[in-house]
Design a protein around this ligand. Structure first.
Ligand code: SF4
Ligand code: SF4
Length: 314
């Protein structure tokens, strides 16, 4: 079953307006659709697609890249990224910081190709298939939809090699990246469907921490009362303590739970009780301050009120 045509056209317009000179093939593609494409060192346009681009980094992209480069999350973020937000949402993420040269090259491109090829970000893997911005999971059929990007400079489309979208994605390890980023993508897609809604600053900070810096999340999880607040089995705690990938998966599941209440995290009764008490105390303090201000206003003389009004006018 195809996604709603109105929704498809709306998303298509969104994508077109964001991709400067690109040409989006106006067609919904499924995994079994076929395309001609081949990209290889020696093709006339080799690495032309690696400059002047915006590459959003997903949590799994960052994990793979910083591991590849043997860096801490902090050092990787400082050296290779700049903060941005996901289009159409206030969600803060990081994108690859391009070089200061004329074509604004990716920091990992050389004349010989990509120096982090086997750990390149998911955006590079999907190309020329549009990433999740156009991917829509149909709940009834379980089918995913994709779009094809055909840019003038990309000669790969003129090659004879033929793929189905599924074959192309398998070749690019896209399924692994999708699986690892799944909970994160669900949060992003949900936020996108809500538009520019207000998220509290605390939620945005948590989103940024979980999306970009697993070292910070580890510190948060193990050096605060985080683990006391949820019913988490000792086996899981052991696993996430020793295995970075398990910690990443855990953090993304928790993000989904904490932002949209989805998933099987269980808050302990004691933590729930303490949270209610904190809320109650905050509400009482707010009411007390309001009452105090009202009393103070009533006790003012007319002269004092006039003087304050004059000062405000100045
Ligand atoms: S990460 Fe690699 S494939 Fe992606 S833009 Fe940079 S050089 Fe090109
Ligand atoms: S422009 Fe297309 S064919 Fe050329 S290097 Fe990039 S992806 Fe490959």
């Amino acid at each position: 079953m195809a996604i709603d045509e109105k929704e498809f056209n709306k998303k298509m317009e969104e994508v077109k307006s964001k991709l400067k000179k690109s040409v989006i093939v106006p067609q919904q593609l499924t995994g079994s659709d076929r395309m001609h494409f081949k990209c290889y060192p020696g093709i006339g346009c080799f690495t032309k697609c690696c400059s002047g681009i915006r590459i959003n980094l997903t949590p799994y992209d960052i994990y793979r890249l910083k591991k590849r480069l043997g860096m801490s999350y902090h050092d990787f973020l400082m050296e290779y990224t700049v903060p941005r937000s996901i289009d159409g949402t206030p969600l803060p993420i990081v994108v690859l910081k391009l070089k200061d040269d004329e074509p604004k090259s990716c920091p990992f491109v050389t004349p010989e190709g990509c120096t982090v090829y086997s750990d390149r970000p998911v955006t590079c893997r999907y190309y020329p298939i549009g990433m999740a911005i156009m991917k829509k999971h149909d709940k009834k059929t379980g089918q995913d939809f994709f779009i094809k990007i055909k840019e003038d400079h990309c000669l790969g489309h003129k090659e004879n090699t033929e793929w189905t979208i599924d074959e192309w994605r398998a070749d690019q390890e896209a399924d692994l990246y999708d699986e690892m980023n799944n909970d994160w993508m669900e949060v992003v897609l949900k936020a996108k469907s809500l538009g520019m809604v207000e998220f509290g600053q605390k939620s945005l900070d948590l989103f940024f921490m979980v999306s970009s810096n697993l070292d910070m999340f580890r510190d948060f999880a193990f050096n605060s009362n985080f683990l006391d607040a949820y019913e988490i089995s000792p086996a899981v705690v052991e696993k996430i303590k020793d295995d970075e990938l398990e910690l990443l998966k855990f953090s993304l599941k928790w993000l989904r739970f904490t932002m949209f209440g989805e998933g099987d995290f269980k808050v302990k009764d004691e933590a729930r009780r303490r949270a209610k008490e904190r809320q109650k105390a905050a509400a009482m303090e707010k009411a007390r301050l309001k009452e105090e201000r009202a009393k103070k206003a009533l006790s003012k003389t007319p002269e004092e009120v006039m003087r304050e009004a004059d000062l405000e006018e100045e």
